[in-house]
Design a protein around this ligand. Structure first.
Ligand SMILES: Nc1ncnc2c1ncn2[C@@H]1O[C@H](COP(=O)(O)OP(=O)(O)OP(=O)(O)O)[C@@H](O)[C@H]1O
Length: 297
């Protein structure tokens, strides 16, 4: 089966500005794929090309096997798309606007609309212009999901959602993946992406810096452990354990250790030394992301 999304040498220039450079991306079906990058990196440009809204300058892209330029209508019919700034007709109510979009898509099962609106506590009877930013975003989410598309392309979908709604939204993404459908989402919010994505791609200045599974990134990430011993800690032995980057010891019973990757050898060395407590802090993925955002090329 075709990949959900494939791009080859995809580039976009806005006059002399190169917003996207030779992007090669493959998003398999049935995953949540996080597309990350700092402001101006080219995320929205990529997404607008994939949604068939703008043309690439060079290179090509297919979405669910359809070329985004030559078969733009097929792409749009099978896609759930949430733009970065979702805009509806000001005087239509949410329900009226969704019915209008549903008709364009050849009809949708309205019970799905009701289910999504209820889930996100969205009043479909209000006019678009009277909705708050977060409620406009919820309407955008409902229109993207209401026809149960095979692929969802979502540009900053959690923007404006409160923490409870964000959690609900992440649950919806997990359910979508469990159905075998695919989600491509851009975000600045690393913790959201980390919580839900299988794979992330990081874009910087229009270029792909890395594509990697979140699991593999986690393996690389530094983990902080605090080990407390009833006897004097075996500091020299701990220093030699695989992955240990740094040890802090103030002369008491507790040592703080930073480990890259597995902590198995460290714990094996510590175990025979009357260890009385182990506190493990989450791997610090954010540090890795920020490193890719700023330092590497
Ligand atoms: N229509 C346009 N005309 C000229 N330049 C543009 C246009 N759209 C985007 N750009 C430029 O292209 C680059 C990439 O923009 P893009 O909106 O794709 O980035 P982004 O990663 O989505 O950023 P953000 O996270 O801030 O939304 C930026 O430098 C931007 O200023």
């Amino acid at each position: 089966m075709d990949a959900a999304i494939r791009t080859e040498g995809l580039s976009k220039n806005y006059r002399s500005h190169r917003a996207l450079r030779e992007l090669n991306l493959e998003v398999p079906r049935g995953v949540v794929f996080g597309y990350l990058g700092p402001n101006g990196a080219g995320k929205t440009t990529t997404i607008r090309i994939l949604a068939g809204l703008i043309s690439p300058t060079t290179g090509s892209a297919t979405v669910l096997g359809n070329d985004v330029v030559d078969r733009c209508e097929d792409v749009q019919r099978h896609l759930g798309y949430l733009p970065g700034e979702f805009v509806g007709y000001p005087d239509l109510t949410g329900a009226q606007y969704l019915r209008y979009l549903a008709n364009l898509r050849g009809g949708v099962d309205w019970s799905e609309v009701d289910r999504l609106a209820k889930r996100f506590e969205l009043d479909l009877g209000k006019r678009f212009k009277t909705l708050s930013h977060g409620n406009k975003q919820k309407l955008g989410i409902v229109q993207a999901f209401m026809h149960r598309p095979e692929l969802l392309i979502l540009d900053e979908p959690t923007s404006g959602l409160d923490p409870i709604m964000q959690r609900e939204f992440l649950a919806l993404l997990r359910e979508t993946r469990a159905d075998g459908r695919t989600v491509f989402l851009s975000s600045h919010i690393l913790s959201d992406v980390e919580a839900v994505a299988d794979t992330v791609a990081i874009l910087r200045s229009g270029e792909l810096v890395i594509t990697q599974s979140v699991e593999a990134l986690r393996q690389q990430a530094l983990r902080r452990l605090e080990l407390t011993f009833s006897d004097p800690p075996p500091v020299d032995q701990l220093k030699r354990a695989a992955g240990v980057q740094e040890i802090n010891w103030d002369g008491g019973g507790t040592v703080q250790v930073e480990v890259a990757g597995s902590t198995a050898e460290l714990l094996r060395i510590a175990a025979p030394h009357q260890i009385i407590n182990v506190v493990s802090h989450e791997a610090d993925l954010e540090a890795i992301f920020l490193d890719y955002y700023t330092a590497r090329s």
